[in-house]
Structures are given as C-alpha cells and as structure tokens.
Design a protein around this ligand. Structure first.
Ligand SMILES: [Zn+2]
Length: 417
C-alpha cells in the first residue's frame, strides 16, 4: 500500500511574484539611495519576519517565531520534514537580495511544491549577519543548540547594548531557545546570492555549493611608544602603526601562498591617532578563511608567527587574541547530486563551487543534511546598496528546488519501504 501524499499543488514560481515580494521587503528598512538596513534584533528585522509570516498565512501555512526570533512556517505537516530558507536581517546599508532572495525563493518553492510525503517548512532565520553583534548565524546556531548561554550573555553591539537586552526590547528571549534543529530535518535547502563573480564569469545561472569556508578571527594588539613626531629620531622609535603595517602585508602574503585561502585586515584602531604623535598602540583584526580546515589553521598560525617576529624586531609588544574559530563545512553530497541531475535534466547552466562567505547552511549542516544553491549577483557585489540579482534566476532556483525536493521525497520514501 502506498502512503498518500499531502498538501495541495499551487502555482509554479514566477519572477514577477519574486520581484514584488523582494520590493516589499526592501521597503522594510529601506533607505534613500536603494540600500536596506535591517539589523539583528531591531523592530525593522521583526517587521520583515511579520511580513514573512503574513505571506505564509495567506498561503495557508501556520507560522511561529521561536525565542531567538527565527520564524518557521509549516506548509505541510509531517516529520521528518524538508526545511527551506535563509535570513531576513542585513548589514548596515546592505542590499535587497542577501538573505531575502533565499526566503522569498523558499516561499515560492513551498507554495509550488505540491503533495509530498514528508513535511515541508520554510524558515526565516534571525540575526545571520554578524554586523551588529560581531558573531554571525546567531538564530540558526541557537536553534541548533550550538551557542551556550555564557557566550550569548557576552555579546554586545558597538553602542554597548547587550544582545539579550536588544532581543528583549523586541519581545524575544534567545536564552530560552529550544534546540529544535536536529533529526527531524530530512534535508535543509538554502538559496542565496553568490557574493562572488564565478557564476557570472562562467555564464552559469546556478551554483551548487560543495563546501562553505570557515574562519579564524584574530585580534592583534601592538603596543609601542607614543612620542613626539618632531623630537624623536627615527632610530629611537617604537612605532606601533609601522609594525601594524608590516603585519597587514604579512597577512596578505600568507593568504597568497594558497589558492583557497583568503585573509583580511578589516579593522584597525590607532591610538592616539594624532597628526604629530608617533602611534603608541594599534589594534587590528585579521579574518582568515579557507574551505580546507588544515590550510585555514596553518594560515592563522603563520600570521601569528609573522606578527611575533615583526613585533620583536621593532621593539613593540604583541598581545594576540583569538576572537572566533569556525571550521569549514563540507555539505552532504547526495542532495547536491539530486540538484545536479535536475539542472542537467532542465538544461540549466550550472557549476559546482565553494562558498567563501559563511551561511546558515553551514550551521544546519552540523545537525542535518544541507544543500545550497547560488544565483549570480551583478559584479559579485553584496553587502552594498547596489547589490543586484535577477528575480528570474530566483524563480528558476525555486523551481529546481521544487523538483529536487519532490525527487528526494520519493527516494527517502523508497528507502523507508
Ligand atoms: Zn546572507
């Protein structure tokens, strides 16, 4: 006897509806000049989640928000279930596609999927961007039980507001989040803009992500001596900024030794930052990323080694600190193979590629099988007001997800018989 499938078939994903929904979301936190600012744990982010739930409700799905602020819409009851989604927060002056494209695309998929045997849920994760609290993927990490209370209580934004008080001011209590992201998830699918140029350069419309880079974030504090810029001879100086500058070049040089490694000094504080004073103290951050855990660890080690040598040679004191350590994640091969087949069957130009940026999928992958689809974004630009992608590509990716989920549903059902 075959098990009856549930759910009602709906309309296929359309570029027009995708475009309309993205425009509607872009008005929440929208700025003159086309940018969008929807920071984690603000009313603006909550407004986007309310909009998401209203769309889900209109399509007949129930929608609930957990204490971390993740909203989950149940399109088809049942466990295990397929989970499709992305995030709705942005960086400051971000674009309208990063995160939103994946949530809108997931709604299209869930509405169009038709009857399947497993459950179907769409998730809009909270606080994916590390823009406000310095730590990315907060919502998914909390749902996966991967963030402990002590670490959570320490998080503050640049104004000193703790994450817990920011969340409480919008009616959330992340410390109470149950870890619901686990065995019940048959497979997680996330659609996202590429944030790079590989698809565009190769004229591919779809990217199938095989691995997501991790990151090691370091803080290097260099202390020299703040002296008068006119009265101190060159040989008597302990210039913290000159030492820091050498460190920046060492970071670049280290990353260039491996094709897959990237490393960046993105922030630097100079003290006293005065025209006529030799800098006495410089604090800088280093972000090292790779899809290979050994190369990532080795690159971070080489940066520390180089900084130590520079500091000793220049007579400045170095205090290094590891701010965060996230290992790279290799995504499950089987859902990617199913997506690969669907691309080939439909004649869609695609390529398999790693992701240099972190995503909720990397967190979910630690609890359940996960697959990621990229669509191109113009010139690889993201986290900026001129971020641009095609609603047609989002609709195409949503349609591929529909087909892949239906196929996965059949395969998992056959495996259970
Ligand atoms: Zn994103």
């Amino acid at each position: 006897m075959s098990i009856p499938a549930t759910g009602t078939p709906s309309l296929a994903p359309t570029a027009q509806r995708v475009g309309e929904r993205l425009s509607e979301l872009a008005r929440i936190g929208g700025e003159t000049g086309g940018g969008v600012t929807r920071l984690a744990y603000t009313e603006t982010e909550r407004d986007a989640h309310r909009r998401f739930c209203a769309w889900a409700n209109a399509a007949g799905a129930s929608c609930n928000t957990d204490p971390a602020g993740n909203s989950v819409a149940v399109f088809q009851e049942g466990t295990p279930y397929f989970l499709i989604g992305s995030h709705l927060d942005t960086v400051v002056h971000g674009g309208r596609y990063d995160g939103a494209a994946g949530v809108v695309g997931a709604l299209e998929t869930a509405e169009a999927i038709g009857p399947v045997h497993l459950g179907v849920r769409v998730v809009a994760f909270a606080a994916e961007e590390g823009a406000r609290f310095g730590r990315p993927t907060l919502g998914s990490s909390l749902a996966a039980g991967l963030l402990d209370g002590d670490a959570l209580a320490k998080l503050r934004d640049a104004r000193g507001t703790t994450l817990l008080s920011a969340a409480s001011s919008v009616g959330l209590d992340p410390a109470q989040t149950p870890s619901w992201l686990g065995d019940d998830v048959a497979c997680y699918f996330e659609l996202h803009i590429e944030q790079g140029r590989q698809l565009e350069a190769g004229s591919a419309r779809i990217g199938l992500v095989d691995a997501i880079a991790g990151s090691v974030r370091l803080q290097l504090d260099l202390r020299g001596r703040a002296d008068h810029s006119g009265a101190t001879p060159m040989r008597a100086r302990a210039d913290a900024l000159a030492a820091a500058s050498e460190c920046v070049l060492a970071v670049e040089d280290t990353a260039r030794r491996n094709r897959s490694t990237v490393a960046t000094v993105g922030r630097m504080h100079i003290n006293p930052n005065n025209v006529t004073t030799i800098p006495g103290q410089v604090t800088l951050t280093v972000d090292v990323r790779d899809v290979d855990p050994d190369l990532q660890r080795r690159a971070a080690g080489l940066v520390l080694e180089a900084a130590t040598k520079i500091a000793v040679r220049r007579g400045v004191r170095l205090a290094p600190e590891v701010l965060s350590l996230q290992p790279p994640v290799v995504l499950s091969a089987w859902p990617r193979a199913i997506l690969y087949d669907e691309c080939r069957a439909r004649g869609v130009a695609f390529r398999v590629l790693p992701s240099g940026a972190g995503h909720d999928a990397a967190v979910v992958a630690r609890r359940a099988p996960a697959a990621m689809l990229f669509i191109p974004c113009v010139d690889g630009v993201s986290h900026a007001p001129n971020e641009q992608a095609s609603p047609g590509d989002i609709a195409l990716a949503s349609d591929l997800l529909c087909r892949a989920i239906r196929r996965t549903d059949e395969l998992l059902l056959a495996a259970r018989r």
